[in-house]
Write a protein that binds this ligand. Structure first.
Ligand code: SAH
Length: 221
């Protein structure tokens, strides 16, 4: 079992509060079902397990975090996934966001810079029998060209500007969501829609705070 009613209610409250900025008023039935099905506790370190169903980001080691459930829900809603969609995720982290995407889309391709996190995410997904997530260790700013184009792209680390490879690998009609901004405390959750003719329409939605998109793994501590 995944998110209990208490956490789903907290997410709904936060979605309602932010709706004037995001246009998302409440959880849709499919995203709600995905959150209710995926056990977040399987993606957090043992020491954090008692907080797994609180609406907060939590440390997952290597100075990285598993995103706040509200943010996972919001970004997932914004992608408007269909069952046959192919999704690119930049920043696998714990694998939790990928597991949610995997219930709503056909295939998820996720890129993680830190090998240990990629291994941990793989193990957690395998333990739950989630078979439609592929993980690659590398710099997600380059996307994952082999499987492009993607119907949806989700970036779970903040960058000053959107890496051009990611919009190139987005299919016409596709949607991309990413935290963009110069510093940790000046990021804006941004939705980018690619029209049928390939032009990009960018909408700034909400102030957010994500760990930075890096080009090299951080030094070990
Ligand atoms: N989606 C994750 C949240 C992870 S936090 C989850 O559900 O748990 C962001 C992740 O992005 C971190 O694991 C970090 O190591 C990773 N990251 C940072 N820069 C990256 C890059 N250039 N390419 C791929 N992953 C990156």
């Amino acid at each position: 079992m995944g998110a209990p009613e208490s956490l789903l209610a907290a997410i709904d409250a936060e979605l309602a509060r932010c709706a004037p900025f995001t246009g998302i008023k409440a959880l849709s039935a499919p995203v709600r079902a995905a959150l209710a099905a995926v056990p977040r506790e399987a993606f957090v370190p043992a020491a954090e397990r008692k907080r797994a169903y609180v609406d907060r980001a939590l440390p997952i080691g290597h100075r990285q975090t598993i995103s706040q459930p509200f943010m996972v829900a919001l970004m997932t809603e914004l992608l408007e996934l269909g069952p046959a969609d192919r999704v690119l995720e930049v920043g696998t982290g714990s694998g939790y966001q990928a597991a949610i995407l995997a219930r709503l889309a056909g295939q998820v391709f996720s890129v993680e810079l830190i090998p240990e996190l990629a291994r941990g995410a793989r193990a957690a997904l395998d333990a739950l029998g989630i078979a439609n997530v592929a993980i690659r260790v590398g710099d997600g700013a380059e996307g994952w060209l082999d499987h492009a184009p993607y119907d949806a792209v989700i970036v779970t680390a903040g960058a000053p500007a959107l890496p051009v490879a990611l919009t190139r690998q987005l299919a016409p009609g596709g949607r991309l969501v990413a935290p963009l901004g110069r510093a940790h405390d000046h990021q804006t959750l941004t939705l980018v829609a690619k029209s049928a003719d390939g032009s990009l329409i960018e909408t700034a939605l909400l102030p957010v705070a994500f760990v930075p998109l890096r080009s090299h793994p951080p030094p070990k501590t």
